[in-house]
Design a protein around this ligand. Sequence first.
Ligand code: FAD
Length: 323
Amino acid sequence: MSVLIYAENADGKFKKSIFEAVSYARAIADQQNTALTAISIGDVNADELNSLAKYGADKILNAANAQLKNFVNQAYASVIAEAAKKEGADIVVLSNSFSGRGLAPRLGVKLDAGVVDGAVELPELNGGKFTVKKTAFSGKAFAVVELTSANKVIALTPNSYKIVEAAKAEKVEGFSVETNESDFKAMLKEIVRSTDKVSLPDAEIVVSGGRGLKGPENWGMIEELANLLGAATACSKPVSDSGWRPHSEHVGQTGIAVSPNLYIAIGISGAIQHLAGVSSSKVIVVINKDAEAPFFKVADYGIVGDAFEVVPKLIAAIKEHKA
Ligand code: FAD
């Protein structure tokens, strides 16, 4: 029995969400009184690999070969499953990222494991039962899932578990596994970045605008506020439907679900379909000129006022604070 964490990299670096997942996996290993092994796939340098020990990995496996340079869902799932078997890991943890969501069901099949994606808390171990709390219905509700299988795969929602340092000795080992042709039926050939801005699903702060902003020409202040805060920008569905902003910024039931530490909603009414994708944010700030706007019901802080007056004042105050 042990725990395996798949440490996914982006251009050779581990994101904050991976350190959260390593900390989470460490806590599960401690619950089970067992060891934690991390596996990295692709090109990652020694310093970066060693950083996984800082958050609790007892051992770090490095599966690097030319074929595995870019993410290939089937091949990566085969490597992780092999690592789990070799390490005797009965629990595999992933980040609930785009690739993590693709890998989790494949690992479920390969390891004959029960799968929980979107986990938000540590498993509860009560009377022999192993249950995990997860988001459900696009973040509108939580579900508690019992895993009855011997092997388990858990994908952790980014920003839902804090990073904890656990200083383990650095111990990196090479890991090679025979992949076969059928693992490479669908290959990633190229990644074309659409923007250099903070990526929305990973952002710790999101500044989001709605129809109350009247038109695309008014997004300058949203971007300025986001830049000052190191935040990603987002919008409501009608905003992207009207072509004011790209569809990649649309959050909600039919868009991206986000759970940043801070979500600032400006000129957004707070319709249930919008809330479905943002309500698990840690702190919600709402700026709306209508005191009856439904968004205020879920806000931690609310400012009733005209966005065209409030946002420039907010920008000026942040600039003054930073000066
Ligand atoms: P509005 O509802 O028009 O609200 C604008 C707000 O701005 C108002 O509260 C107003 O008081 C305020 N305002 C106006 N002027 C100012 C000002 N000067 N300063 C400050 N505040 C101001 N929506 C999503 O966002 N995401 C989804 O994923 C999504 N999926 C959907 C799926 C389905 C099946 C359906 C039916 C709908 C979906 N919607 C979704 C649409 C959703 O129901 C709402 O229509 C939408 O969220 C409203 O967008 P909004 O708040 O920007 O606009």
